[in-house]
Design a protein around this ligand. Structure first.
Ligand SMILES: Cc1ncc(COP(=O)(O)O)c(C=O)c1O
Length: 409
């Protein structure tokens, strides 16, 4: 350990499959996605025909080729821009499988969403008014959910979007105002229910269940206040993926308990009410790795560094300033047998912000080695500032079974 900073142990090998020479034929840095892992995560959320529908939050990873590979396993997608909506439509999702969220939707996005028959999660009263105008202009009724920001913050969501002042949804205490607006615009907007996305990285199944039950209660409150029966409740995402050493969600137990809560809700409001989950990270994070090459190994005042050909420019959230908790698990893919040493892993950018993992214990990295970052399938390529310093944009590959495909955007 150097400088008194915590040292995170190096993780056990993922598997030998990422050493496949075909994955390195296109250079580094490179993202490699395994859709079978994402499919398994979707399956883990399935609890039979009466269970919640599983949407994917496309912001986690919107690569069209990956979505094409996963589309048969998904009931729908959450989109947050015209670009994501176009990707969803190209993948063949019908309007019933498209949810549209975001605090600053453009008029064009609202118009396209309405034309596609998607359901718009309305985040404020003025947005509801805009949606009504768009629908009237198109001569159709828009489908909408009221996105609510509940009064209570659930602290187990490491990144919180609800239970505090936020632009994400109408505060619960303003429900009467939004009900009045929905009544005034009922000619143009069909409010089908409630949407709550409470935040991200919740690794407590008890806390996530509390969020879900609270959301169903809010859907009940909206139905009572408006007199309109609920048809759709969106429970958002936020199912967490544990960092090394952290216990993960007990997904089987969570889904069992969630099914009970959904069954009680349907007993009160009708068997046809749709309930949707829209995780991003849970489905995609472990379905991808990021591999970068060590270019230099400077030693500075006793501290050892490994400088890679891809850093925050290629994988922003691997950088220590851009994630909470421990760094992502890193492996030395080239040699796992060398003595383990503390090393600070940095990217190629000329800024201390490009520090990926400080004093991490790794089999001694040498120039030419390949370092592999796990949990890179969500908020990786698509969430990174590729224009920063104009380094090469990382290659993306899909490893589906034994097939390696270069993914073109
Ligand atoms: C509305 C909405 N739904 C779902 C998600 C996915 O969150 P996560 O990746 O934590 O599951 C997000 C993420 O920001 C979001 O804003």
């Amino acid at each position: 350990m150097l400088g008194g900073a915590p040292a995170w142990g190096h993780p056990p090998p993922v598997s030998g499959r990422y050493s496949d020479p075909r994955l390195l034929a296109h250079g580094t840095p490179v993202y490699v996605y395994d859709p079978a892992v994402a499919r398994a995560r979707v399956r883990a959320l399935r609890v039979g025909p009466a269970g919640p529908e599983v949407f994917l939050a496309l912001k986690a990873n919107s690569h069209p080729a990956l979505l094409a590979a996963l589309a048969p396993d998904l009931d729908g997608v959450d989109v947050a821009s015209e670009g994501e909506l176009a990707v969803a439509l190209a993948a063949g999702f019908p309007g019933s499988g498209i949810g549209v969220t975001g605090p600053a939707k453009t008029p064009a996005l609202l118009a396209r969403a309405v034309a596609a028959g998607g359901v718009v999660s309305v985040e404020s009263v003025p947005e509801l008014v805009d949606l009504a105008e768009v629908a009237r202009a198109a001569g159709v009724r828009a489908r909408a959910l009221i996105r609510l920001n509940p009064a209570e913050r659930i602290h187990a969501f490491r990144v919180a979007t609800a239970g505090l002042a936020s632009p994400f949804g109408v505060p619960q205490e303003d429900l009467p105002e939004v009900v009045a607006a929905a009544r005034a615009h009922a000619d143009a907007v069909d409010v089908e229910g409630v949407h709550v996305h409470a935040g991200s990285q919740c690794t407590s199944d008890a806390a996530w269940l509390r969020h879900a039950v609270r959301t169903l209660d809010l859907a009940d409150a909206l139905a009572r206040a408006s007199g309109v029966p609920p048809r759709l409740v969106n429970l958002g995402g936020g199912l967490g993926v544990p960092t090394p050493g952290e216990p993960g969600l007990d997904v089987a137990r969570l889904m069992r308990k969630l099914s009970g809560a959904v069954a009680r809700f349907r007993a009160a409001h009708g068997p046809g009410v749709r309930v949707v989950l829209e995780p991003g990270r849970f489905i995609m994070a472990e379905a991808g790795v990021f591999i970068a090459r060590v270019l230099r190994c400077p030693v500075s005042r006793g501290a050892r560094f490994a400088a890679l050909d891809g850093g925050l420019n290629a994988f922003l959230f691997a950088a220590e300033r851009f994630h909470d908790g421990p760094p992502p698990a890193i492996r030395n893919l080239t040699c796992e047998d060398r003595p383990v040493v503390p090393v600070t892993v940095v990217g190629p950018s000329c800024t201390p912000l490009d520090t990926l993992a400080r004093d991490v214990l790794l089999p001694e990295p040498r120039p030419g080695d390949l370092l592999l970052f796990e949990q890179a399938g969500a908020y990786g390529w698509g969430a990174s500032p590729h224009g920063f310093l104009l380094h090469d944009v990382p290659v993306e590959l899909m490893l589906d079974g034994d097939d390696v495909q270069v993914m073109v955007r």
